[in-house]
Design a protein around this ligand. Structure first.
Ligand SMILES: [Zn+2]
Length: 71
């Protein structure tokens, strides 16, 4: 599986997908874990993986109907 990691330029801070900054030509490095990125481009894939639109998934969630003292 090919992973595309967001790169951040070490010189100007521009983001890109290449290891060489397209803005200034400097070295760019991985911008860090994307797990909490607000721009989660893989969110739809993970949702699909977890089958979140299925009834089973919905029922696996904590529900206020359960008596609901869970945090
Ligand atoms: Zn740059």
């Amino acid at each position: 599986m090919v992973r595309t990691i967001l790169q951040k330029c070490t010189a100007c801070g521009a983001y890109g997908l290449a290891e060489i900054c397209k803005e200034c030509g400097s070295q760019a490095q991985a911008a860090g874990p994307m797990r909490f990125s607000p721009e989660d481009k893989r969110a739809h894939l993970r949702r699909k993986m977890k089958n979140v639109e299925s009834k089973e998934w919905a029922e696996s969630l904590p529900s206020p109907d359960d008596g609901g003292e869970e945090e």
